[in-house]
Design a protein around this ligand. Sequence first.
Ligand SMILES: Cc1cc2nc3c(=O)[nH]c(=O)nc-3n(C[C@H](O)[C@H](O)[C@H](O)COP(=O)(O)OP(=O)(O)OC[C@H]3O[C@@H](n4cnc5c(N)ncnc54)[C@H](O)[C@@H]3O)c2cc1C
Length: 380
Amino acid sequence: MDFRLSEEQEAIRQMALDFARDEIAPHAIDWDQQKHFPVDTLRGAAALGMAGIYVRDDVGGTGLTRLDAAIIIEALATGCPAVASFMSIHNMCAGMIDRYGTDEQRQRLLPKLLTMDVLASYCLTEPGSGSDAAALKTKAVKEGDSYVLTGQKQFISGAGESGLYVIMARTGEDGPKGISTFIVEKDAPGLTFGANEKKMGWHVQPTRAVMLDGVRVPAENRLGGEGDGFKIAMGGLDGGRLNIAAASLGGAQSAFERALAYVQERRAFGKAIGEFQALQFRLADMATDLEIARTFLWRAASALDAGDPEATKLCAMAKRFVTDRCFAVANDALQLHGGYGYLADYGVEKIVRDLRVHQILEGTNEIMRLIVARSLIGRK
Ligand SMILES: Cc1cc2nc3c(=O)[nH]c(=O)nc-3n(C[C@H](O)[C@H](O)[C@H](O)COP(=O)(O)OP(=O)(O)OC[C@H]3O[C@@H](n4cnc5c(N)ncnc54)[C@H](O)[C@@H]3O)c2cc1C
């Protein structure tokens, strides 16, 4: 264990950093203000292999590890955490199809996801069930060779723009064992979308409700067996949570670097504010927090790659710790900018707004504690 990236990983990281610097960062503030979803830029990232990072290579996937994915998403997020987070969601959906799909499904669905000609959305949350996801009510009723889906999904990232929806719906009993997963294509009759939600951050990607009114889905679009849906949904989230944490890390790293430069330029009381020891100590703590967050994130990602039985717990720990610490680092970076930090042009307030939701989605940080606590003292 030497805690160093391999040469290949360094090269992958540099490729994603260059892409973030050249293709994302120069536009991030504008896209945020215009609420522009940069699909062409996403496709540019896909052309470099970043849309199917851990999809196997027989269908054109990049065939890398969860650790590599965390490195890539962190790097992309230095340009814009919300763009990186959509890449994370898309990769999660592609990874679920790769892992749980039949060969026919993988060959049919993955190539278009890997180029991002078709974007993918993950649909678990409903108006009445978020944290308690296993209480979902969307129904899938078997009729001959198809299922008919009726219900509503809430807060779906990319909805309305994505061409493919990975939807968890109830085919059986109450609770997690009665849930199955379906792939629904955008043009399916009966599938409609709500208005783009007005929100605090993540402006570069749309968030909409997804309504299903008797949507007929051929049985060959069921992912995994009947009743396996909750397990599949949670399996996707282990890696998804690492990537959301990685997006927080990249955003916070960028905010930190801006603050580090700013304190050396800005003067008060006759000197650069970076000469005040109170601020130097703040920067030292921020840098330390970023290192701890990264080290632990890589540890959790390596555990997932190794199939460690503790991986789900470690992913939950990483998601909670990294997203909380990185939000605090970004917020400190804003503080170090004084009033200018509150202005959009400096880019730091946008990072703070974007990172806030990472403490809520893909399982709130309270639910992450629940997962960890259950692994310590059992489920009651
Ligand atoms: C911008 C955005 C994008 C999103 N994208 C997606 C997406 O693409 N796909 C998708 O499926 N979902 C998505 N979500 C939904 C997100 O995952 C949920 O909002 C989240 O899981 C919380 O669910 P909830 O909003 O229903 O809150 P609730 O579950 O109602 O929770 C409310 C509060 O109670 C706390 N709480 C609940 N239960 C417990 C407990 N047992 N112990 C302690 N505290 C508890 C929660 O932590 C929270 O603080 C998105 C949300 C947002 C805001």
